[in-house]
Design a binder for this molecule. Structure first.
Ligand SMILES: Nc1ncnc2c1ncn2[C@@H]1O[C@H](COP(=O)(O)OP(=O)(O)OP(=O)(O)O)[C@@H](O)[C@H]1O
Ligand SMILES: [Mg+2]
Length: 180
């Protein structure tokens, strides 16, 4: 039986259900496999060996992780490496998206989550959203952060220019029985 609970958090309505986060990550990875190949990027997925039960909005969590992977693809040159790994402790589920790309200067790291904010001058961007420095609207991270926050979690970034970036999503593990 598949049960969905509707829950409005802030201005976002979440359709929460119990799902396997590990299976979702595998699904997202297979959807991006052609792009990884085209960009000659090495992509690694590291998860627990058993299912990772999570209660949340599967569709929105998929969009959130997709935005972070899309950025990793755009901001690493051909031949770079992307690692997605998922771990947990008793309170949180963590999803790390780590890239070997251009990195983000310290003073920009707080601003990239703002609507329409882009570090690079978009006039120089390529027109394809999966090319190196591909174009965008500067909205992906704003949405990704809003989705994490609607699940009572958040996103943190650690980055070094010319070395790469790590985006960490943390989502509290909430048992379905505790929901309203
Ligand atoms: N992994 C990353 N490496 C380097 N810079 C990044 C990375 N992710 C985001 N950024 C910087 O943060 C900015 C904002 O990211 P965001 O995803 O919100 O917008 P976008 O990718 O430019 O456009 P959109 O996501 O709307 O297609 C980017 O324009 C880029 O300058
Ligand atoms: Mg983006």
């Amino acid at each position: 039986m598949h049960e969905i609970t509707q829950d409005t958090n802030g201005s976002m309505t979440l359709n929460k259900e119990e799902f396997d986060l590990r299976q979702l990550l595998q699904e997202i990875f297979s959807e991006y496999s052609l792009t990884f190949e085209q960009r000659k990027q090495k992509a690694n997925l590291s998860t627990d060996s058993s299912p990772m039960h999570f209660f949340g909005d599967r569709h929105k969590i998929k969009q959130m992780i997709g935005e972070l992977i899309q950025n990793a693809i755009k901001y690493i040159p051909d031949g770079g490496e992307i690692t997605v790994s998922s771990t947990s402790d008793s309170q949180y589920q963590f999803i790390d998206i780590i890239d070997s790309g251009i990195g983000i200067p310290n003073e920009e790291q707080g601003k990239i989550f703002e609507k329409f904010y882009e570090v690079q001058n978009s006039d120089y961007h390529s027109s394809s959203s999966s090319d190196f420095m591909g174009c965008g609207m500067g909205l992906g991270l704003t949405f990704a952060k809003a989705i994490a926050e609607a699940h009572e979690g958040g996103i943190r970034v650690v980055s070094q220019v010319n070395e790469g970036s790590q985006f960490r999503v943390y989502l509290p593990v909430i048992l379905k029985d505790n929901q309203k």
